[in-house]
Design a protein around this ligand. Structure first.
Ligand code: SF4
Length: 248
């Protein structure tokens, strides 16, 4: 089965080396692979080119604040798992971040890809609504789980699935990263923390924003809320370094 990847600005698959920009591994040199498709539709999603396409079925037209619909042919590329693995290996990094979209929608092909990368460390970014299959799970060193709050525009019954949140809350490899746009969003995180007892030190609050200015403005009040509730703050290093660009 082929992997469906997002494309970079050249139209090639979005596979690149960079510093991890968010969460507990921020600043670590890694290889990234970005898969296409997502089961959610966040109104502020910064990778809507993985799921919001022209024409097609209703799922392709879920709302986004920018109102942009992308040409599917230009924004998706299918490759054999072993070819994706070869491109990742060529980047020469010890650690791989598998991101999306929602990459666990393609667990089967991911397992095939990882068979060709036996020594690489694996970090998976997921929205927390789905689980890796056993072949992928056994290879994962770290899950970065980013459940989506009400301001994302997703219905809670789609975005916050109790069985899945419970699963990740009990996995010591999992860190939670909540995107925060307004101070009130933190109340939802506090309620989830109460319900699922996330491990101490495993919860990050990350300001929503795709410019340094927007991130800095939100970090001013987010700092106080992290201190108040004992959450960690995540920056978005890649935005400061490169702006909101593909392949970074
Ligand atoms: Fe975008 Fe992630 Fe939301 Fe999917 S879950 S729409 S990739 S922000």
């Amino acid at each position: 089965m082929a992997l469906v990847l997002a494309t970079d600005d050249t139209g090639g698959p979005e596979i690149f080396a960079s510093l991890q920009g968010e969460g507990p591994s921020a600043g670590t040199p890694v290889a990234f692979v970005r898969l296409s498709r997502c089961n959610l539709a966040c109104t502020w999603c910064d990778t809507a080119y993985t799921w919001r396409f022209e024409g097609g079925v209703d799922l392709d037209r879920r709302p986004h604040r920018d109102g942009v619909a992308y040409d599917r042919k230009a924004n998706q590329v299918s490759l054999a798992p072993k070819d994706v693995a070869a491109r990742i290996e060529a980047l020469g990094q010890k650690r791989l971040v598998i991101t999306g979209g929602e990459p666990l929608m393609q667990s089967g092909a991911l397992a095939d890809m990882l068979e060709h990368l036996p020594d690489i460390e694996v970090e998976i970014e997921t929205n927390g609504t789905t689980k890796a299959n056993a072949h992928v799970d056994v290879r994962v060193d770290q899950y970065n789980v980013s459940p989506k709050l009400a301001h994302s525009g997703n219905a809670a019954e789609l975005a916050l699935i109790p069985e899945r949140l419970d699963f990740y809350a009990n996995d010591p490899r999992a860190y939670f990263k909540f995107v925060i746009a307004e101070p009130e969003d933190v109340d939802e995180v506090v309620a989830l923390q109460r319900e699922y007892s996330f491990k101490p030190g495993h919860v990050f609050l990350m300001p929503e924003g795709t410019t340094s200015e927007a991130l800095r403005a939100r970090q001013e009040w987010l700092t106080e809320l992290c201190l108040q509730h004992g959450f960690r703050m995540s920056d978005r290093l890649h935005i400061h370094l490169y702006g909101d660009e593909r392949g970074t």
